[in-house]
Design a protein around this ligand. Structure first.
Ligand SMILES: Cc1cc2nc3c(=O)[nH]c(=O)nc-3n(C[C@H](O)[C@H](O)[C@H](O)COP(=O)(O)O)c2cc1C
Length: 376
C-alpha cells in the first residue's frame, strides 16, 4: 500500500502487515499457547455478546473521550506492552510512543523491547507506562525501578501471568529462537538462563515491594478471576488489568471479557480496570466498557498497524477505532461513555465466525484464503 495514512479500514493494515512480515514473525505476533483455545475464546466471548440499540435519541456527535490515570484520552484505548517490537518496525518502541503522544493515548512499553527505556522515555513528553518482567534478583529489580522513575515514566505495569513461559508451539515448530530475537537493551548483565528462578517465585508481596520502592502507580496485568481482583482491591493496587496475555500463556482459559465481568463485579468503581484480549473493533471496545472496563488495550492490532506502516500505521489504526467507536455509540443511542449501559447488551448470542485473530475482518479472512490457495 503506497500511503498507509489513506487506509480506510483495519483490514488494509492487516493485509499489508501480512505482506511485510516473515512467516515466522507473523506466527510470533499472531499465535497463542498450545491449542490456541484461550486465544480463540477471547474472540468467541466478544462475539457472544449482541447489542440492544436504542433509537430516536439525538446522537449527532458522540464523544468517546475519557480520563484514565489522570490523562485525557481521545478514546478509551491504549497500547498493550509488546516485546521484540523491532520485528514489526525497526524503530522498536519509538513509533509507539510518538503515535500515542500525537493521537492522545498511552503507550505501555515492554521491558523486552528496544531501544533502552531511557531513550524511549526521552522521545516524547507524553505520559508513558513501563512494563516490568522480572528477569533478575531483587537488587536488579530495584535498580531497574530506579531507572524507570529517573527516566520519567508515569506508572509501572507488572505482568503476573508469566510464572512460566507458555508453550507457543508455532514458534517452536518454526524454530523461532525468541532468545535470539529478544531485545535485551533493558536487561544488561542478566544471565537469562537463570530468569525462571525469579519470575516463577513472585507473590503479592513483590508487588507491594515494587509499589513502595518506586512510588509510582502500579498496574497488575494478568488478573483473570474475581478472587485475585479482590486481593488487588484489598492491597490497594492502583489499576487491575484483566488479561490472559492474548491467549499466549495458559491454554484453556476463558475469554477475557468473561473474566472482566466477574472482576468488575468486585472492583468496578473501586479500582480502574484495563482489559485486553482480541479487542480489535470499535464495537469490541464499546462492549468492554459496558461490561466494566475503564480502558481497553490492544496487542496484536498494534503489531499489525506497526508492521503495516510504523508510527503512521498505528496512528491510522487509532483513528479508525475512533470512528468505529463513535458510530457504534451513535447507533446504540449513546452520546458519551457514561451513556453506555448494561441494557445495551444481550448476552448469549451465537457467534457467526469461526474465531481467529482476524475473524472480525471478512476481507482479511477471504484474502488469506486466496493467499493459501496461491491465487492472491
Ligand atoms: C507479539 C506480542 C508480544 C507481547 N509481549 C508482551 C510483553 O512483553 N509484556 C506483556 O506484558 N505482554 C506482552 N504481550 C501481551 C499483550 O500485552 C496483551 O496482553 C495481548 O496481546 C492482548 O491480546 P490481543 O493481542 O488479542 O489484543 C505480547 C503480545 C504479543 C501479541
Amino acid at each position: 500500500m503506497d500511503d498507509i495514512a489513506q487506509a480506510r479500514t483495519q483490514q488494509e493494515l492487516i493485509i499489508e502487515a501480512k505482506k511485510r512480515l516473515s512467516p515466522a514473525a507473523w506466527d510470533y505476533l499472531c499465535g497463542g499457547g498450545e491449542s490456541e483455545t484461550t486465544l480463540k475464546r477471547n474472540r468467541y466471548a466478544i462475539d457472544s455478546i449482541a447489542f440492544r440499540p436504542r433509537v430516536l435519541i439525538d446522537v449527532t456527535d458522540p464523544d468517546p473521550a475519557t480520563v484514565f490515570m489522570g490523562q485525557n484520552l481521545r478514546i478509551p484505548v491504549i497500547c498493550a506492552p509488546i516485546g521484540s517490537l523491532h520485528l514489526m518496525d525497526p524503530g522498536g518502541n519509538i513509533p509507539v510512543v510518538r503515535a500515542m503522544d500525537k493521537f492522545g493515548s498511552i503507550p505501555v512499553i515492554s521491558i523486552m523491547t528496544n531501544p533502552r527505556l531511557e531513550d524511549c522515555a526521552a522521545e516524547t513528553d507524553g505520559y508513558k507506562i513501563f512494563q516490568l518482567y522480572v528477569r533478575g534478583d531483587m537488587d536488579w529489580v530495584d535498580k531497574t525501578l530506579d531507572r524507570v522513575v529517573a527516566a520519567g515514566f508515569g506508572a509501572l505495569t507488572i505482568t503476573v501471568d508469566v510464572a512460566h513461559y507458555g508453550r507457543r508451539e508455532r514458534d517452536m515448530y518454526n524454530r523461532f529462537n525468541r532468545r535470539a530475537f529478544a531485545q535485551r537493551s533493558n536487561l544488561e548483565g542478566i544471565d537469562l538462563t537463570e530468569e525462571w528462578r525469579w519470575r516463577g517465585a513472585l507473590t503479592w508481596d513483590f508487588i507491594d515491594h515494587c509499589k513502595s520502592h518506586c512510588g509510582l502507580p502500579v498496574l497488575v496485568k494478568g488478573i483473570a478471576t474475581a478472587e485475585d481482583a479482590q486481593i488487588a482491591v484489598d492491597r490497594g493496587i492502583d489499576v487491575i488489568w484483566v488479561s490472559n496475555h492474548g491467549g499466549r500463556q495458559l491454554d484453556h482459559g476463558r475469554g477475557s471479557i468473561e473474566a472482566l465481568a466477574e472482576v468488575a463485579a468486585v472492583a468496578k468503581g473501586k479500582v480502574p480496570i484495563v482489559v485486553d484480549g482480541a479487542f480489535v473493533r470499535g464495537s469490541d471496545m464499546v462492549k468492554a466498557i459496558i461490561v466494566g472496563a475503564d480502558v481497553v488495550a490492544i496487542g496484536k492490532l498494534q503489531g499489525w498497524a506497526l508492521a503495516a506502516g510504523g508510527e503512521q500505521g498505528l496512528t491510522r489504526a487509532f483513528e479508525i477505532l475512533e470512528s468505529e467507536i463513535k458510530i457504534t455509540m451513535g447507533l446504540l443511542g449513546a452520546n458519551s461513555l457514561a451513556d453506555l449501559k448494561p441494557a445495551h447488551l444481550h448476552h448469549g448470542a451465537m457467534p457467526m465466525n469461526p474465531p481467529s485473530p482476524w475473524s472480525p475482518f471478512p476481507v482479511v479472512t477471504e484474502a488469506f484464503e486466496r493467499w493459501d490457495r496461491g491465487t492472491y
